[in-house]
Write a protein that binds this ligand. Structure first.
Ligand code: SF4
Length: 224
């Protein structure tokens, strides 16, 4: 490793990696051996030498760049560089790899939540509501405006051409029904005539059992 070191810029950078930042290196004029040590160095000698080298690193304005370069270029295993010993850089490298892995996992798109399964309900109770609203002289358009359900859907429902519908649509119809009936100024002859022709019961013919398929109306539009 030491044979690749030169004294241009930082003495610690391989010739192929000389970069502008090395010209500001605090170790620029230092002996390479102070940072990398001689061969056959004893542990206590190494500790003393590294302490001196690290003291120089602490005053170095490009220490962070030096550390990044050592790690990026795969030369973290040797000597003092970037204000750290080789062991400290090994730990730092592992920490960065772990952090990069965490960031990758965090960036990974989360699996999309499964769409909720569609819940279907029998149409009978909803059909009775629309028919009863017509028997009370409320137009399909009024029901549509107040429920957010399309006129064509409500017409088909009223005519008995729909046997099941989504619970969310059923909920809109159930919720709007009392409001539609409360529109006392909104009474039209057309729905009254259609209801009478079919014998659809008035709203009062149904109680809480309006959704019960076996329930029977107490009175009809014709009878009302
Ligand atoms: S951080 Fe230390 S090894 Fe790196 S350039 Fe500065 S003084 Fe030299």
């Amino acid at each position: 490793m030491k044979s690749t070191i030169r004294r241009t810029g930082s003495p610690l950078m391989p010739p192929t990696a000389i970069a502008d930042w090395t010209r500001e290196a605090a170790c620029r004029a230092e002996d390479v051996d102070l940072f990398f040590g001689p061969d056959h160095e004893l542990p206590w000698q190494r500790d003393a030498r590294e302490e001196k080298a690290l003291a120089i690193c602490r005053s170095c304005p490009v220490a962070a760049t030096c550390l990044d370069a050592a790690l990026d270029q795969g030369i973290w295993q040797w000597g003092v560089q970037g204000g750290m010993t080789a062991d400290e850089r090994t730990t730092e490298r592992r920490r960065r790899l772990r952090r990069a892995g965490d960031a990758r996992r965090a960036d990974k798109p989360k699996p999309k939540a499964k769409p909720k399964p569609t819940v279907w309900v029998e149409a009978i109770g909803l059909q009775r509501r629309v028919q009863a609203a017509s028997a009370a002289g409320r137009r399909i358009k009024t029901f549509s405006d107040m429920s957010g359900v399309s006129e064509s859907f409500l017409s088909k429902l009223r005519a008995g051409r729909i046997t099941r519908l989504r619970e969310e649509t059923a909920k809109k119809i159930r919720t709007a029904y009392p409001d539609v009936l409360a529109e006392i100024t909104d009474v039209y002859p057309e729905p009254l005539a259609v209801a009478a022709a079919h014998g659809w019961p008035l709203p009062g013919a149904w109680g809480a059992d309006i959704d019960d398929p076996s329930a029977r109306p107490r009175e009809t539009a014709a009878a009302a």
